[in-house]
Design a protein around this ligand. Structure first.
Ligand SMILES: NC(=O)c1ccc[n+]([C@@H]2O[C@H](COP(=O)([O-])OP(=O)(O)OC[C@H]3O[C@@H](n4cnc5c(N)ncnc54)[C@H](O)[C@@H]3O)[C@@H](O)[C@H]2O)c1
Length: 338
């Protein structure tokens, strides 16, 4: 089977995290590194090996030897870099969020449809075992609550910059939105949100509560922010409810307690892992030419769940999600995905 040659654009923390995984994978080979800072790209070439390091994005995207491009830059560059990679005929793995505006989400949907290439959205939390266990125990929840509450993010972090990052609620909220949709087992029709910029000096939305109405009838809510990590629930905390059944997943989603009326509670333990698993899954779908297990549609849903929640903060009304994703997915293909 052909070795997949990879280029990474964005040679910071997550560029290195993915490179560390790729270096361990048989069937994938690191070739090119691109960054605005030559020294960052060069440092990765020296550490992981490969063919070249560059600041020249034209050289990088049009390198005919590259099969796949990892986009691990800051958020404002994701949409353009994904589109350039797809248009150059490359498969893409992109870190969340997919984009910072609904318009850019539509452009990405269009580029995927036109290129026929795969776009894998990097949602490592999808590989946490206990989320799969939760789906097995309560496949059709009536209600799901997801809370991700971090310690306060630093004022100077690029992720808190309204242009480059969009703040904690957009950045980490995409993970929360994705796993909320995953365990809800349906697609969100609309969202109503309350929240604000409470203290971050950059003006980004720093804390938000949002309610989602899913197409299978499930009601979901999301509490997302960086006001302070609660010691009892931990940073990541989820609950699922169905008639006479409930699940609580605490300890950063590594302890699941299942209760069913009239029975003893059952406790399951899991791990927090996902980077290696998502890289393996990306490689597998390229080698088998199979659909990406977490594709651009998943990325569009998670990103638009947050962006449309922001829209709801502005409008004071519920805002659509599913119809916007359908527009994005059908943009270049001329049809609405079932
Ligand atoms: N999945 C996760 O658990 C997880 C965790 C942290 C970060 N992330 C995501 O990973 C991505 C990168 O975050 P990070 O923590 O590695 O940030 P980082 O600041 O460590 O790295 C970003 C890199 O991109 C480079 N860069 C910036 N603008 C560029 C441009 N226009 N062209 C080329 N390179 C450019 C920077 O110089 C830097 O080297 C973000 O999307 C972030 O949300 C994901």
């Amino acid at each position: 089977m052909k070795t997949v040659k990879v280029g990474i654009i964005g040679c910071g923390n997550l560029g290195k995290t993915h490179a560390t995984c790729i270096a361990e994978l048989e069937g994938m080979e690191l070739s090119a590194y691109c960054d605005v800072f030559e020294t960052s790209a060069q440092a990765m070439l020296e550490r992981f090996g490969g063919d070249y390091a560059t600041t020249d994005t034209d050289r990088f995207f049009h390198d005919p030897s590259l099969d796949a491009i990892y986009v691990t830059t800051q958020h404002d560059t994701h949409a353009d870099y994904c589109i350039r990679a797809l248009e150059a005929g490359k498969h893409v793995l992109v870190e969340k969020p997919l984009a910072m505006t609904a318009e850019d989400c539509l452009r990405i949907g269009d580029a995927v449809a036109r290129s026929g290439k795969k776009l894998f959205t990097a949602f490592k939390m999808r590989y946490y075992e206990l989320l799969w266990k939760a789906k097995e125990l309560i496949p059709q929840p009536v209600m799901v609550t997801m809370q991700m509450m971090d310690n306060r993010w630093g004022n100077a972090s690029w992720a808190n910059d309204p242009v480059k990052g969009g703040g904690n609620v957009l950045s980490q909220g995409c993970h929360s939105a994705d796993i909320l949709r995953f365990v809800a087992g349906g697609d969100p029709i609309e969202v109503y949100a309350a929240g604000s910029n409470y203290y971050q000096p950059t003006g980004v939305v720093d804390n938000m509560a949002a309610v989602f109405r899913f197409d299978n009838g499930t009601a979901g809510n999301l509490v997302q922010g960086d006001a302070g990590c609660p010691p009892l629930t931990s940073k990541f905390f989820m609950q699922l409810f169905a008639e006479n059944k409930s699940i609580t997943i605490s300890d950063r989603l590594t302890t699941l307690t299942y209760t069913e009326a009239g029975k003893e509670p059952q406790v399951f333990k899991g791990t927090e892992s996902g980077f290696m698993e998502e890289n393996k899954a990306f490689l597998r779908c390229l080698q088998d030419d199979a659909p990406a297990p977490i594709d651009h549609v998943d990325g569009l849903y998670a990103t638009l769940m947050i962006l449309q929640a922001f829209e709801s903060l502005r409008s004071g009304k519920p805002e659509p999600i599913k119809s916007v994703v359908e527009r994005a997915v059908s943009a270049g293909s001329g049809k609405v995905r079932a």
